[in-house]
Design a protein around this ligand. Sequence first.
Ligand code: ADP
Ligand code: MG
Length: 690
Amino acid sequence: MWDKTTHDRVELNSSVRYLRGVGERRAEALARLGVLTIEDILLFFPRRYEDRRRLTPLDELRPGESVCAVAEVLALAIPEGPAPASALLSDGRAAVRAVWFNPHIGRVLKPGVRVALFGRVEYYNGIQLSNPEFEVLTDQPPQLVGRIIPIYPAAASLSQKRIQSLVDDVFKTYGDRLVDVLPAKIRKKYGMKGFREAVHELHHPSDARSWVKARNRLAFDELFLLQAGLLLRRASASAQRSVRSLSTGKHFEQFMKSLPFPLTRAQTRAIEEILEAMRGMRAMNRLLQGDVGSGKTLVALAAVLAAVDSGAQAVLMAPTGILAQQHYMTLHRLLAPLGICVGLLTGSLRAEERRTLLADLQAGELQVLVGTHAVFAEKVSFADLGLVVVDEQHRFGVLQKNALIAKGTAPHVLVMTATPIPRTLVLSVYGDLDVSVLDELPPGRKPVRTLSMKPEEEGALLTLIRTRVCLGQQVYWVCPLIEDSEEGRADLSSVSSCCERLAKLLPGVRIEMLHGRLPMEEKIAAMRRFAEGEIDLLVATAVIEVGMDVPNATLMVIEDAGQFGLAQLHQLRGRVGRGEAESLCVLLEGQETTPEGRERIEAMLHLSDGFALAEADLKQRGPGEVCGVRQHGVTDFRVANLMRDHKILDLARREAQSLLREDPALDTEPLFRAALMRRLGKTLQLAGTA
Ligand code: ADP
Ligand code: MG
């Protein structure tokens, strides 16, 4: 199929264009399926299989079934005009009719010819096979029946048959170039199939047990590679830098004594775990998971105080300007009385202020910095960065955080999230993180009642708003605008027109708006006025998703709720239910809510626990999307499934740990190391390790 010279030059990572029979159009169709190279074809696995091993005798055909059969053509009828062509077939036990809408079948089907057939049995004036696929039998084994047929992900312009034969041909020619990089020790220990054999088994399974073995072997490969990559990253990070042990002192003691409420048990436990890790000689790398309102800020503050007490600096990073602002105000209020200097760095800072701030930071006069992405900028340098806290991690990419970590000699890192990430995901995506959990809300919190309303029920909703406002309570109204971080592209006119419309419908109610495009001072002013009760109804975009903490707000209205993601809806709902009064969240359906949107609304109506919602989210969107790492491809597995492969993941992690313990530079496994660098080196920033 390929001439010798081409064949020798082609490598596994050569473009599919090198293959004979793959022109520009086919290459494009393949690219849409994510298949770019020859290796991609070899590892392009079936979506499902059709078991065509069993042949059905013609006297056992039942309408509605898909069957395989082998029979001889007794007679043919090819009418003129639109009626279908038909053949009478017999296998010696019964005779049955098959019909095709293709008049050309007479060219291949002749009386006396033996054929293999695969198709659907229907009842239409008797039993018949409707439009079956067929293959004229020769002395070769049939392709169509008698085996398990792989069915590949479809592409409009590439027929299933084409893909099947392409995969088979490529495997015949290039299959022997697939190299097994998995350490032989591990392969032997678990009696795994060889790599090439496993790949072949996925394309052409011999039986169910053998297929499962092959599939698990390949899933193990993927998870093992990722785990080893993450462990390597962790090792190289702590090897390059000296770690600073941080411990609490007088500021911390003083602060804890001044707290107006007792810590929850979960907070106490998390703080102990974090402080213990920060005292250690290895850089802390810890995830703090806690549902919305569980009091993560306070836990972070304890860590910040440990840094300050040890003479180091701390930075707290937030995904939006508004949240950064809110954190800044909280930290400033709590820390200034202790004589601790706190600064705020966002993209909207004026040049002059920015210069002063950066100078103070570099001189070490500023002990605590709060900021947005702006803290990533190259010009930002610290005198002695000891702790990095990343709030609402779900809004950042995992890898972005590395840029900040590189700024300290060996800062301890605490990332916080309200999106409870299932353990399998934490292990596979973050791999190198320890976890603390706040599984308890401060006492006195009442669950938020949630209901959905149709746009035509607006009258009732307006009454609800008036009632709440009369009681002296406050209301959020969220407009469905996609807005990412503070530089978001909000359609301002629709926020303001929504605001105007509500002002007309609700005379006497004090309404203001808040969105990402407002100048920082105006955002701050609006937030302050709302916090101080000078505004009754705040019309906002999802910028308020994180950070707003106003206990007197008891009603959250989310317009066209189906447009938001589950994590986002959960966060938004978490803005209410923070005080004594019973709170309510109204999910307004849009004019055209998609089925997925509808599903998310349903999930919100039934689930209040963030963990259950995260699981639902994971099912809908997949793990990469949920963790914000999709674009990095870390979780784009071909075979492994994070939702199901818990056991394999644990095994892969244990084996990766033991391999790297014995051979930290992977010197004994050069093939595996090369594969690791090729696949993950760049994403995990492992340069220099190779
Ligand atoms: P989140 O985990 O969502 O970031 P916050 O840290 O914003 O939660 O805390 C939510 C609210 O709960 C804040 O108003 C905070 O002051 C309050 N809070 C935190 N811890 C406690 C506690 N132990 N007892 C009572 N209120 C608390
Ligand atoms: Mg928070």
